[in-house]
Design a protein around this ligand. Sequence first.
Ligand code: PLP
Length: 406
Amino acid sequence: MDHKSADKIQDLQYFGEFGGVNPSISDSSTYTFISAKTMFDTFEGNTEGCYLYSRHSSPSNLYLGEALAALEGTESANVYASGIGAISSVILQLCNSDEHIVSSRTIYGGTYAFMKNFLKKFRISTSFIDITNLELVEKNITDKTKMIYCEAVSNPLLEVADIKALSKLAKKYNIPLVVDNTFSPLSISAAQLGADIVIHSLTKFINGTSDCVAGAVCASTEFCLQLKDVNDGAGMLFGSTLDSLRAASILKNMRTLHIRMKKHSENTLFLAEKFENDGLRVVYPGLPSHPGHKAFRNQMNIEYGYGGLMTIDVGSLDLANAFMELMQRENLGYLAVSLGFYKTLFSAPGTSTSSEISVEEQIEMGLSEGLIRFSIGLDNDIQKTYTAMKNCMLMLGILTEQIITT
Ligand code: PLP
């Protein structure tokens, strides 16, 4: 299924104030009114096209929101100062005290910490379950449950959620399905598959230049307006507003998202196939050996591939650390968290992005300490990268064969 998101993003036509090919940036926190009555109406949310104060909305943020709504095919989208700003706003907009969430257990560590620790303040509880087990998902839904939450492709284990099936379940119980689609923009059109609310950390692939932190919520206009409500909108009242300058730069980067996603996917598939063939424990949804391969294939927009993330389990944390340090010395990428950069980024999630999850829970979900998460870059010559990575593995004894010369 493809609602031609990339074309829809490209089709958005804006002119800058002086006929520029990029929209002008609204470099103001506040806006003037000729009439005091219009100011009051704008505050109440009754005047289209009028801006009051940039925490509420700004032209630059609205332009970026339009492009994100086009990406997911939703009515509207709001932008935030971070992915977790978007996630926390959505959750607290939907849940009141003493209510409940059913969530995938393999999610970004920050989201996990928010649900498990922070929401305790409001006695909001979460059942963390294996999201690929639909029976278990259903069993955990109670009359207090306010949402099913998952990542389309999970961080860091790359589990694939069956969004259509989860959406059916959510509809049966009249609760929204909230999907974090940070790992698979364009490849998976989560809203088209039935997700009610789609969240992105724009910090990753969508921006793609690792120079800022930002987030988005793509949903119905009604829900996006609820988040912005001056009286009880979590987005409005938590204040995680994106700065207009950043919104403008992210919008420009979004113009090349389709090209970048194809290259990230092509390079990652190449390396995943090679390293699996070499006998390594590789996890990549594009490999037929991946338990979620079929689920991904059934819901993907084929031209964008299976995404830019893969994991390799090298057996121990010491070996993982030595390998990552060596790869960085060889300029094969950076030992850094985050993803979606032009250069390959790698980290051991157990001791970094998922360290909020207890060791026991990590073991239960299959997150082993020797697991390295790779966000594969836009390398022009991926065969050369493969050879160089393999040489690092041979040097450390992760693989045993002769050193390859290029
Ligand atoms: N969702 C996923 C899947 C992530 O990987 C991350 C960050 O790593 C986030 C959300 C949070 O995004 P941000 O760091 O932009 O707040």
